[in-house]
Write a protein that binds this ligand. Structure first.
Ligand SMILES: *[C@@H]1O[C@H](CO)[C@@H](O)[C@H](O)[C@H]1NC(C)=O
Ligand SMILES: *[C@@H]1O[C@H](CO)[C@@H](O)[C@H](O)[C@H]1NC(C)=O
Length: 359
């Protein structure tokens, strides 16, 4: 029995080790604080600073935004205005559905099938931003982010993305020079990550959204890119908290923010989620029970002997204790014991049942 238990625990450990290995990037993301690549406060002049920027601005002065068509909803027009008004010398491009598709068809035809095949429009909105940054360079800003100050200081980095709390990076504001190796890798891997994960939220997050970008980023950093290939991180304080931050919230109510969408979604689909939870628990439980049954069987070789019983059980035998006891054992266990017995001794016509040695 003790030996059986050890094997049982060992098998479980192996399974856990395998699962941990398969999600190691995701787990390491949880521990990544991005401090090594953070853009420090000291590097950034304050908004109305008289400091003369010495650093060359290498990111092109282009602002990219996306919406399905040219008619931007009223709630976001104000946010968009703040960016356009602050940057009269920047080129501004709104990527509508039609324009995005034309761009992909003309410049990245190998991606068109994947692009058209995305199930959720948000996946197209996510992926187009990586392509335009890789192609033209510039700064991408979500429509619900307004600008709080000019973006010029951020143009001095080859690429930057925004840190999110508690983990990873987001794709709602980012900048890059054209052909930056990070964004080239991102567009290269989009097809590979185009998988369905059953739940829409997870599918979107992991195929094109922030989780996808975070995983690529984490793996990209492990290759220790050169200075020109580095991806700098805009931390939370510089994003939208303070007067010196670059962006502003235009979401009205923070409960309408992106993070909250998942919670709303869960609220709407709680029956499905409960069902999935129970199914998962059931599957895990069954696997454990099955493994345990196998281990018990291994142990049984030492504690039980096989007793031959007639294949046609007589009525008097039906009520005898070994048969009744064996009925209480899991069916699988009995069936497996049959099989092993048959294999071991070449018995085909006779059935065997487990019974205690001392019976
Ligand atoms: C910078 O100057 C503008 C206009 O003069 C002003 O509205 C803004 O509050 C100033 N920002 C800071 C952080 O002082
Ligand atoms: C854009 O889409 C909205 C909502 O679907 C629609 O009301 C509007 O007419 C569209 N605008 C154009 C220019 O097609």
């Amino acid at each position: 029995m003790r030996r059986g238990l050890v094997i049982f625990l060992l098998v479980n450990l192996l399974i856990i080790a395998f699962l941990v290995r398969s999600v190691s990037t995701l787990l390491s993301l949880l521990l990544e604080d991005a401090a090594a690549d953070a853009i420090h406060h000291a590097e950034l002049p304050s908004p109305n600073s008289s400091l003369i920027e010495q650093r060359p601005q290498i990111i092109p002065k282009i602002i990219h935004q996306t919406y399905k068509n040219e008619t931007i909803p009223e709630v976001w027009v104000e946010a968009q205005r703040t960016c356009i008004d602050l940057h009269p010398d920047y080129e501004y491009i709104l990527w509508t559905n039609e324009k995005s598709r034309e761009f992909i068809a003309a410049e990245y035809p190998w991606f068109l099938e994947t692009f058209d095949g995305y199930k959720y429009p948000i996946q197209r909105a996510d992926s187009i931003r990586y392509f335009v940054l890789a192609h033209y360079g510039g700064t991408y800003i979500d429509l619900d982010d307004g600008c709080n100050r000019r973006l010029d200081p951020l143009l001095a980095y080859p690429a930057w993305v925004r840190r999110t709390v508690p983990t990873g990076i987001s794709n709602d504001a980012m900048g890059s020079v054209p052909q930056h190796p990070f964004f080239l890798r991102v567009i290269e891997l989009l097809q590979q990550y185009d998988r369905s994960w059953l739940l829409p939220y997870i599918t979107v997050m992991y195929s094109t959204g922030p989780l996808f970008l975070s995983v690529i980023w984490k793996e990209y950093m492990q290759d220790r890119p050169s200075e020109a290939g580095r991806v700098r991180i805009l931390m939370q304080d510089e994003y939208n908290r303070f007067s010196w931050s670059f962006f502003t919230h235009h979401r009205g109510n923070s409960w309408h923010g992106k993070d909250a969408r998942f919670i709303f979604w869960m609220g709407q689909h709680w029956i499905l989620l409960t069902f999935l939870g129970f199914s998962l628990a059931g599957v895990v439980g069954f696997c454990l029970w099955w493994s345990y049954g196998r281990v018990m069987l291994l142990g049984a070789k030492y504690r039980y002997r096989y007793t031959k019983v007639p294949s046609l059980i007589s009525p008097s035998r039906l009520s005898s204790s070994p048969t009744r006891r064996s009925r209480m054992l899991p069916t699988l266990l009995r069936r497996v014991s049959f099989k092993e017995d048959e294999e071991a001794r070449g018995v085909t016509e006779t059935s065997y049942e487990l019974s205690r040695h001392d019976d």
